[in-house]
Write a protein that binds this ligand. Sequence first.
Ligand SMILES: O=c1ccn([C@@H]2O[C@H](COP(=O)(O)O)[C@@H](O)[C@H]2O)c(=O)[nH]1
Length: 308
Amino acid sequence: MIQKLISNIQKTKAPIVVGLDPMMNYIPQQVKEKAFQEFGETLEGAAEAIWQYNKEIVDCTCDLIPAVKPQIAMYEQFGIEGMKAFKKTVDYCKSKGLVVIGDVKRGDIGSTSAAYATGHLGKVQVGSKTYSAFDEDFATVNPYLGSDGIKPFMEVCKEEKKGLFILVKTSNPSSGEFQDQLIDGKPLYELVGEKVAQWGEECMGEQYSYIGAVVGATYPEMGKVLRKVMPKSYILVPGYGAQGGKGADLVHFFNEDGLGAIVNSSRGIIAAYKQEKYAKFGAEHFGEASRAAVEDMVADINQALENR
Ligand SMILES: O=c1ccn([C@@H]2O[C@H](COP(=O)(O)O)[C@@H](O)[C@H]2O)c(=O)[nH]1
């Protein structure tokens, strides 16, 4: 799957991922009204609105982008109906040739991690039959329970040719409270980065490992260090746009080959129609506003890479 991600990035010349984080207040009124007319103001109605909103954004952007990152929390809050919209979104994006990164941030004791890995990346056994439940291509994983929480995910990735992005240095303002703590003079995020590089060696694709890392765009200096610590790991970089990250901050997340990083923007793309810059599209043409925001993001990052 890492090879498909790289080939999609090369084909589109867009080292970006669109975050499908469909919060209700981003969904235009006309989409919600139509869904509520059909299903009422119910969890099913909310899930239908999410699905229609995602579908329009994907239809308007899929030829420009290599991958999407649905954030499971935005679906899970609507219970089973929300999870059905999550699954429908995953399947639809895959049918459009996109790589799907499930932002699920799982990780637990070994036996529980094994079940998470089966559900999101693997196949579950039911009697004599097996089923792929959610079937994303990559999943985000929290490493802070240690190796036994990660190994079951790695095993499933090896079997299924899927991949992981392991949280190393997150983009949020308080990520340093724990992640920057020094242990024998080294910050914890660097130790986790070293571990990711080690795990990655066991899981090599042709050029890059299918065990990648998450490093926030909001910490470019740390990104520069971590790029060197994990030379063969793809870095998923959230924090562009709504959290303040810009193309110029991101050049050191990439390797000299122009590969090695994929930058996420969620609100900046899916709610672009609410920004002054894209207001001309109006809520009616929210998908076209997202398309314009994708074009601008790709140009910003590629220009920064050309000028480095
Ligand atoms: O360190 C991290 C890890 C994950 N995220 C997720 O990425 C998106 C960011 O959304 P924006 O709207 O582009 O800010 C969201 O799903 C987060 O849960 C992150 O931001 N930082």
